[in-house]
Design a protein around this ligand. Structure first.
Ligand code: ADE
Length: 296
């Protein structure tokens, strides 16, 4: 049965036939990802102490499983660190044609996401209290940074609304949405990739999500600096050597080298970050040295 359905999907994709609407829970792409609309209240019991639930609302639910079923996010879900429910906004339409968008009042190009299915979807899944951040992914939002990702880990549940078309009806922003997040100053065709990026950036900060318990601490941006360069075997490749210090076994020297490389990279690539980074007296002396080197 599954084989037949998958074959059908491939044929449709190859011939670029219009997408047919299929209620999300029946869609053959769903395997491990939670689409059971009734389970959201109980699923926390399966989760561990520091765990998070993400409720995604989208018109393109099929985008999510491949990423959520890979690598670190897959492992985090299996370990009960995160639970992700992906809901198709179209499931909450009530008209025959399952319409989710309409022309903007006042004219102009593009289509606008209607308020009714969005309110129904979010209230239907989260319940009337709406007691978690309800985040719209939009280029108009505050920019996602490492600090914003860390802040979001403070919430046990997050709802992520993926915009499409020109935008969503402003009444959704005024009366449903509690936060708006952008992943950068460029415009994508929808909020699905930004939602996955938020889930990824937040999940890897949860204790136990990365193999190395300190893994997230050294990340670029985590300390307010860009990360130092990494090398692995072989020690020489096409005549290019790994820096000698990294082979020395001298941990203090290695730590100093890494810190200096971090400072150097940040100065070269993102000098703006140095203004808010936590710098020691030695860091500042090193940066002054680099600046003087450049001017001489
Ligand atoms: N939707 C479209 N572009 C986006 C962006 N840059 N960030 C978040 N959501 C978006």
């Amino acid at each position: 049965m599954r084989k037949k359905l998958i074959g059908f999907r491939c044929r449709r994709m190859l011939h670029f036939e219009p997408r047919k609407y299929m209620k999300s829970s029946y869609h053959p792409i769903w395997k491990g990802v939670n689409t059971d609309h009734s389970s959201c209240q109980t699923s926390r019991f399966r989760l561990e102490s520091w765990s998070m639930e993400f409720f995604v609302f989208t018109l393109l639910p099929e985008i999510f499983p491949p990423y959520l079923e890979s690598s670190i996010l897959q492992r985090a879900r299996q370990r009960g660190l995160i639970d992700v429910q992906v809901h198709n906004i179209r499931d909450w339409t009530t008209d025959r044609h399952h319409v989710t968008d309409d022309e903007p009042y006042g004219g102009g190009g593009g289509m606008v996401l209607k308020p009714e299915p969005l309110f129904s979807a979010v209230e239907g899944i989260l319940g009337p209290q709406l007691d978690c951040p309800i985040i719209l992914l939009t280029p108009q939002g505050r920019v996602l940074t490492q600090d914003v990702a860390a802040e979001l880990t403070g919430h046990p549940r997050l709802a992520l609304i993926c915009g499409r078309y020109e935008g969503v009806d402003e009444r959704v922003c005024e009366h449903l949405i509690t936060d708006e997040i952008s992943i950068g100053d460029y415009v994508l065709t929808g909020g699905e990739l930004p939602a996955l990026i938020v889930i990824d950036a937040v999940t890897r900060l949860l204790p136990g999500a990365l193999g190395d318990p300190d893994g997230a601490q050294d990340d670029s941006h985590a300390s307010g600096l860009l990360e130092y360069p990494h090398y692995t075997r072989p020690a020489e490749y096409r005549g290019w050597q790994v820096p000698e210090v990294l082979l020395s076994g001298d941990h203090a020297r290695i730590a100093r080298w890494r810190r200096e490389q971090s400072l150097k990279r940040t100065l070269e690539r993102r000098p703006d970050m140095l203004e808010s980074a936590q710098l020691s007296e030695n860091d500042r002396k090193f940066i002054d040295l680099l600046k003087n080197d450049k001017t001489t």
